[in-house]
Design a protein around this ligand. Sequence first.
Ligand code: PLP
Length: 835
Amino acid sequence: MGDMTPSCNTDDEQAVTDLALDLHWTWNHATDRLWRQLAPDIWDHTHNAWTVLLNTPRSHLRSLLATPDFRDMLAQLVQAHADSQKKPSWFTQASTMTPSPTIAYFSMEYMLDEALPIYSGGLGNVAGDQLKAASDLGVPVVAVGLLYAQGYFRQGFSPTGQQEALYPINDPAQLPLTPVCDGNGDRLRVPFRIATGQVWLRAWRARVGRTALYLLDTNDPDNPPDIRCITTQLYGGDDTLRLRQELVLGIGGWRLLRVMGLRPDVCHLNEGHAAFAALERACGLMEDLGISFAHALTIARAGTIFTTHTAVPAGFDRFAPELVRRHLDFYARHDLRTDIAEILALGHDEGASPDTPFNMAWLALRVSGAVNAVSRLHEQVSRSLFNPLFPRWPQVQVPVSHVTNGVHVPTWDSAAADALWTSAAGKDRWLGTLEDVEHGIRAMPAHDLWHSRMQARAALVGFIANQHGARSCFAGGQHDCGMPPPQFDPAALTIGFARRFAAYKRPDLLLHDPGRLARILTSTDRPVQLVIAGKAHPRDMAGQALIARWMDFIRRPDLHGRAIFLVDYDMSIARRLVEGVDLWVNTPLRPWEACGTSGMKVLVNGGLNVSEPDGWWAEAGAPDVGWVIGDGADHGEGPARDAYDADCLYTLLENEIVPLFHQRDGAGIPQGWVAMMRESMARLTTRFSANRAVRDYTRRFYLPAAAACRARLADGGVKAAELGRWRQALAAGWHEIRFGALRATRVADRWRISVDVYLGAIAPDMVQVQLYADVTAGPPVIVLMTPAAGGADGQLTYSAEVDAARRAADYTPRVVGFHPDAAIPLEAAFITWQK
Ligand SMILES: *Cc1c(COP(=O)(O)O)cnc(C)c1O
């Protein structure tokens, strides 16, 4: 197949190729039997349809295509695939907008399948899972990312147990991608000239069901070597390389969409990395409408959404301003017809000295019309992180909301779970609004749930015994390469812990008291086994030391067959784990886990969670669905906190979790455990699904943003021009605003509060005067004050009535900018308080 060019494909061969190129096969298993027929060994080993096809001799494919049975099957599958792509979707009911909007989704990484290794972890997981859910729901998303020649590092180990970073090559010809071509069928090369020299970007397309993912790379032989290397590695290299990647992703990505004739209404920035896309979007609008950069950015902003994913300031990318200047000065002058200082200001605190680092999250926020965090708790944390951009605004009003992440359920369910849910809720259960899905699971007999659990665990145990050894050597234990791996017990309580070995995730919390953990694992009457996996960034020596601690622990002779470290945690290892484990452990230092998704992947498979009440588990954790570590109170940071949390975790395992698992009825079923499984599956699976998340994004963000952006764009952008004038007027005159006398009089059970306000040159309809009162928990009270007629010299008396249950002094008058079409305070953070 490798030498097969499209022109010498027969129609049937092309049909097989098209099926293999649509990553729909990664979650819709209808075509599995086709791939197994082509090359059973390769399919069972890789579950990669494209690899199967590339390694199927043409003669074999042709002889199969000559048999009527195979041709019938192919015809059926092709028809079913075409139907699934055309079928009316949730989106056709959710949106009445004509023409239908297009949403461009930008992310540094996508975790769609191990067949396309361009991901590291959580961020890519969110992007990949949402893209698949968008396909299921028919949400018109086009995604943009980078094609890394080496992806993220793959994990190996030295004989002494040191992590080694490996970089196998992603040969585009071996990946399920097609080069993007222009109208003449020639390869599209996107000219990229942000500095004085021109370079070329190449573009590739991955089909993801109804959606498409476009990937850019710089590895065009015509480019100088330093440019060719920009897209070599994900999260490798220094600041310069990172900035260049982000320029290619943002500016190159938006340019690619334009070259292909796409004019997306909405641009969704999955993390700040891609924020430069807004500059290029403005550039396109300047070209189309002949308008200024500021005007164009006002239009673009209404259609831009920024999702922030980090809970720590260090998680934001920052670049030396000199570096940004060097890379963007030409682009700013030549393309955006503005001064580089304007661009730099977008990444700085107001009034910051020009040599403060350029913050990509600040840029992302300033070019967006809506900002969201990825869990309820993360919303709170993000408000404090972004508060510096809203000086004098109360933290509760920092404009960040949240959409809690979810996982793409059909990607993460086991075959056993799939069968179970199909009998409970039917085949198309993940394609709609999920309303009726949980009832079937609630009605599921304990025996069926437990049987499915036993099957899935046995599959994991089998994988550990048979297959993992073929993939890589086992680390730890007395068993080196070539030796049989330890035998796990298909009936023992199987605990999984796998994640990035980053300090805040505390991957060593379980090791706090190694003796105590070993006692839990070596019990003979209540068998327990532990599976560990995870990578530490090649430059993170502390993270690698934590892995080494686990290696030492696992080598203890008494733990042989009780604990194992699976090498090279990636999507396929993750899938095995979340399918098979009974219990998933998560120990981040609260509140530093923005959301976390791995624990959601066990839900559909009937695994239970024990976790810090951080990220998503702060919303989901409850005694009837799993276990919450600690009491949820703030115990600070440091050794005492770790000791406290570790003790809570051990105690839960010893006193509750292990006993519950082993408490069996006459039929050998742990009824208490199964009851929790049932509740966790029924209540949490749909709530923490990407389906729910994408529906939330669509209703709350995409559709309103598309409408707002179209409104600003209409008639050559008149509305945006007016908004620009409004903002300028506020900027010019704001410093003149003064408060005068304040009066409060009691009228029955109300306070009548009035205040004199001097607005100077600012017209009263450009602002609102409000009474503001804090509320201990919950949103503040904000009451609009109305002006009395006939003020002279820009002085007006504003008044309002409020409930006298609170003291009059609790209410503070303030002036804020107001425009019916502007997002306040996101787009205009003007504010003046009476005191
Ligand atoms: C799900 C997943 C992650 C993200 O998990 P967290 O809960 O954020 O730790 C990371 N890596 C892989 C391979 C995954 O499958």
